[in-house]
Write a protein that binds this ligand. Structure first.
Ligand SMILES: Nc1ncnc2c1ncn2[C@@H]1O[C@H](COP(=O)(O)OP(=O)(O)OP(=O)(O)O)[C@@H](O)[C@H]1O
Ligand SMILES: [Mg+2]
Length: 509
């Protein structure tokens, strides 16, 4: 390589004495894409935070050279000035502001100072067209789904003078169509000489997009290889340190009577022209894993929110749980009735960032540990916490660490633990394995089968079609708020689901 664009040498980073990175080196030339692979908590995001100045110069060991110059960034502003732009794993848009305001936020003082409203509108429309997002510049961010927000983040990055774009799990919340758009965008950027660092647990994307693949395990640099010489299995073995021959551990289990009957579920935002959930009826059986597929915006999450009492608009549904009519108007009622949900947007609904990992896990059931005079039985609480941390292999230095310090995938595992502790009859998992590494996914699937064998019923919303097919007993497909198809998993293909999710026409229910 002639002078590389980026040269990170021997990066070491510790948190209170615990080493998250143990001497990692990467190099990258202009117009190249490098993927970083590794299990949850292996140090990928930390390495990118070092690179982008979130962790400032002096807080880590090792050196970073960009365009041949030693980088001594004090803040993320300093690296942005160099042309290094990072899109973080957890989205960081301001929900109350519009798409346009977010795109120009923090940028309005620089070279864009003299842009007038009209120009900003024009520029925003251009950027939105570039990321193929069909919304108006004035749309508030809170009205967009997670996937759409991700595209706004990318539009925002493109608005800066970017030389190296870092994408930390950008597609974990996108469906196939959006992923294709994103991969194309990265391809175009590469041709313009922009380099890209890509972090994803989806190894097909990693191979489709990158020139180089770096694998880290427990903070150690395992290897960097040309993507052309690697298969997905090669990467997995390097990541987990052993072969993993089976991705979906399907286990036989009995399916019993109908436990949940939902009739005419309808959900609508005040003043919206179209219902987000439009007269959906379905049944769930005991011990069944019901998959729900569909594009972003098809109403999957909103349908689940109706069952969990967390939809923030007008909604109705006739819900019968074990033969009893229930009126679920709040999460508390849902939990009491035996319905628990792992939400899609964990940052917004899932965790209390400043609380410890342990307290986040027991938060919904604290009453279980309190005596009649209000004292908390801490021994029992910590026993349960440690039990679930072990079962789900949540990687944390201690249960007392504040949860915001956990890697993205490990936060997700803690939220699943929190739901399981409520011992629900019906467990709703909205994108349960988003951002979770292949090894940990396997553990979560095994846990799901163990739970249905004990008689729990599971509804799983997922955009990963291989997972929907690999794990569900039956699959419902939604399209624009309506139930569009219903399939048994036997003989089901990704094409069948996609055709149903995309096409207008006669419903197959
Ligand atoms: N601010 C922090 N304080 C303490 N520990 C931290 C902090 N940030 C990260 N860690 C720890 O460093 C390790 C690496 O975390 P990192 O977020 O880099 O993992 P990752 O590879 O990005 O994982 P994932 O795939 O789950 O996103 C983890 O054990 C994590 O708990
Ligand atoms: Mg991460």
């Amino acid at each position: 390589m002639t002078q590389p664009l980026l040269d990170m040498r021997g990066i070491v980073k510790s948190f209170s004495g615990v080493r998250a990175l143990n001497g990692v080196s990467i190099q990258l030339a202009r117009g190249e894409a490098l993927s970083i692979c590794g299990e949850n908590g292996s140090g990928k995001s930390t390495l990118m935070k070092v690179l982008s100045g979130v962790w400032p110069h002096g807080s880590y060991e090792g050196e970073i050279f960009f365009e041949g110059n030693l980088v001594k960034a004090a803040t993320i502003r300093d690296t942005e000035a160099l042309g290094i732009v990072i899109i973080h794993q957890e989205l960081a848009l301001v929900k109350e502001l519009s798409v346009l305001e977010n795109i120009f936020l923090g940028n309005e003082l620089g070279s864009f100072a003299r842009l007038n409203d009209e120009e900003m509108h024009r520029r925003t429309s251009e950027l939105l067209a570039r990321v193929k997002l069909d919304v108006l510049p004035d749309t508030p961010i809170r009205d967009l789904g997670v996937g759409q927000q991700q595209l706004v983040e990318i539009a925002k990055a493109l608005n800066k003078n970017v030389k190296l774009l870092i994408l930390d799990e950008p597609t974990s919340s996108l469906t196939t169509t959006e992923i294709d758009i994103l991969l194309n965008i990265v391809g175009e950027l590469k041709q313009q000489g922009i380099a890209c660092i890509y972090i994803s647990h989806k190894l097909d994307e990693v191979l489709a997009l990158s020139d180089w693949v770096t694998v880290i395990r427990d903070g150690d640099h395992i290897d960097t290889k040309s993507a052309a010489d690697l298969t997905q299995n090669d990467i997995i073995s390097m990541m987990v340190g052993r072969e993993l021959d089976e991705l979906f551990p399907r286990e036989e289990h009995d399916i019993g009577d109908v436990v949940l009957r939902v009739k005419h579920a309808t959900a609508k935002q005040a003043g919206a022209p179209r219902a987000q959930v439009d007269d959906v009826s379905f049944e769930l059986r005991q011990g069944e894993i019901l998959g729900i597929a569909g594009l972003i915006g098809s109403g999957r999450t909103e349908l689940m929110q109706c069952l969990y009492g967390s939809y923030d608009g007008e909604y109705q549904a006739e819900i019968e749980l074990e033969g009893q009519t229930v009126n679920i108007r709040s999460q508390r009622v849902a939990l009491e009735a035996g319905i628990a949900m792992v939400p899609e947007d964990r940052k917004r609904h899932g965790i209390v960032p400043i609380m410890s990992v342990g307290r986040n896990i027991t938060l919904s059931v604290l009453g279980q540990y309190s005596s009649w005079f209000g004292a908390v039985n801490e021994d029992k609480e910590s026993h349960d916490i440690n039990d679930y941390i072990a079962q789900l292999k949540v990687k944390t230095a201690s249960a007392d660490l504040s949860i915001k310090n956990l890697s993205g995938g490990n936060q997700q595992k803690a939220i699943i633990a929190k739901c399981l502790l409520t011992h629900p009859k019906i467990l709703i998992l909205d994108e349960p394995t988003r951002g979770i590494d292949v090894g940990a996914k396997y553990e979560i699937y095994k846990l799901m089968f163990a739970l249905v064998k004990q008689g729990m019923s599971i509804i799983m919303v997922s955009s990963e079609l291989s997972e929907v097919i690999g794990i569900s007993d039956r699959v419902l497909v939604m399209h624009e708020g309506r139930l569009k198809g219903q399939f048994d998993h036997q003989g089901l293909t990704q094409e069948m689901i996609m055709n149903c999710a995309i096409k207008e026409g006669v419903a197959n229910v």
